[in-house]
Design a protein around this ligand. Structure first.
Ligand code: NAD
Length: 396
């Protein structure tokens, strides 16, 4: 069938198999063009490996440092005329490319928050790889069923303490309007921390350690974001920011637990980029559109793959991770550079629907958004029939 994008708000309900495969191939090419990563990890578990930062991490580890990778994600296969999700097609393409390159890869589709998924993945690691020397935690989820209580917890994107009003972008039509978001209550804050905070990362590491599946010197990373003051009420000081604070708490606890193994836990603060998760955050798409224009003009723009290549190549494997005062890896360094942020502040005050096209890179935002679902890739014939039933070699 011919597959076209069907956009509903901030998601696209269709995905293109060849387009997603091309997107994966392009990311692999970025890493390969930069040459091999010396001293990189060799056996890597990526939790949340099918899209965004997790997929880019898996690609950088596999194609930069020849790592065997185990990926965990929550995606949907195709059903009749209904396409699979982009993460499904991405993972199928990744496994095909890995096999062609002689690299081990195995994937697991299901709920990473569950005990059952942890057991299944760890059993496979024990059987196939013995141990892992790197664990990437890159989940972004709106909900979590707690494995001990069965409670379904929901994360919300809200400010704390008072309402927040700011400019906002309607990503469908490029209209710059204003949004007011009411503050979260205590329960919403607690639930967001339970979903996006560090407890599940700790559970994974605990389960891996008890099974003796962590290699000496293992490194584990979870991803965070800080961003500029203008988004702090909805991000850093909002419900998601509380969850990220909890991730930092977990990082410190894990760091101590891994010390006897010579291991290390990290928080990596990454750049704001268009992903399925970030598209859902109010205010952020407008900021990203302004940011892209400025960083592209400055020649410092990166996508997920360039960020994750830089993480593995220049920080984790170089012996010089360049932590900040709080001990975090900062891949948002170029985003947060004074020159970039001063321009953001100026343009943020000035931006409106009329001058938006001139001040921001909306075309870049939209193109990136469509690419997440495999649309708009060079060399893909979108008018041709495509078979939407694609299998992931290690799953089916
Ligand atoms: P994403 O939506 O692209 O990826 C989320 C991944 O989590 C997918 O692989 C998905 O399948 C998986 N997932 C979700 N629920 C799951 C479940 N229950 N079980 C198994 N897998 C599940 O998101 P992203 O933007 O790449 O975010 C990853 C991390 O990076 C998050 O911690 C996010 O806060 C952080 N981050 C994102 C940005 C950004 O701008 N996008 C910036 C800095 C940090």
């Amino acid at each position: 069938m011919v597959v076209a994008p069907k956009i509903r708000g901030f998601i696209c309900t269709t995905a293109h198999p060849e387009g997603c495969a091309k997107h994966v191939a392009e990311q692999i090419a970025v890493v390969k063009n930069r040459g091999p990563i010396a001293n990189g990890p060799k056996k890597v578990l990526v939790i949340g490996s099918s899209t965004g930062y997790g997929l880019a991490s898996r690609i950088a580890a596999a194609f930069g440092s020849n790592a065997a990778t185990v990926g965990v994600f929550f995606e949907r296969a195709s059903e009749g005329d209904r396409t699979a999700t982009a993460g499904w097609y991405n993972s199928a393409a990744f496994e095909r490319e890995a096999a062609a390159a002689g690299l081990y890869s195995r994937s697991f589709n299901g709920d990473a928050f569950s005990d059952a998924m942890k057991s299944e993945v760890i059993a496979a690691i024990k059987q196939d790889l013995g141990q892992v020397d790197c664990v990437i935690y890159s989940l972004a989820s709106p909900r979590r069923t707690h494995p001990k209580t069965d409670e379904v917890l929901k994360s919300v994107l809200k400010p704390i303490g008072e309402s927040y009003t700011n400019k906002n972008l309607n990503t469908g039509n490029g209209v710059v309007n204003e949004i007011t978001i009411d503050p979260a209550n205590e329960d919403e804050i607690a639930q967001t921390v339970a979903v996006m905070g560090g407890e599940d990362w700790e559970m994974w590491m605990e389960a891996l350690a008890s099974a003796n599946a962590l290699a000496p010197g293992v490194q584990t990373l979870a991803y965070s974001y800080i961003g500029p003051v203008l988004t702090w009420p909805i991000y850093k000081n909002g419900t998601i920011g509380q969850a990220k604070l909890d991730l930092e708490r977990a990082q410190k606890a894990l760091d101590q637990k891994l010390a006897p193994l010579g291991g290390k836990a990290w928080i990596s603060v990454n750049k704001a980029l268009v992903t399925q998760a970030s598209s859902a955050i109010p205010v952020v798409p407008l900021y990203i559109s302004l940011l892209y224009k400025i960083m592209k003009a400055a020649g410092s723009h990166e996508e997920c793959i360039e960020q994750m290549d830089r993480l593995f190549r220049d920080r984790l494997s170089s012996g010089n991770p360049q932590p900040d005062k709080a001990g975090r890896i900062r891949l948002d360094d170029w985003e947060m550079a004074d020159g970039v942020q001063n321009l953001i502040s100026e343009r943020w005050s000035a931006v409106n629907t009329e001058n938006f096209a001139e001040l921001a890179d909306f075309a870049g935002y939209q193109a990136n958004f469509l690419k997440l679902f495999g649309f708009g890739l060079d060399g893909v014939d979108y008018s041709a029939d495509t078979d939407v039933a694609v299998s992931i070699p290690s799953i089916s």
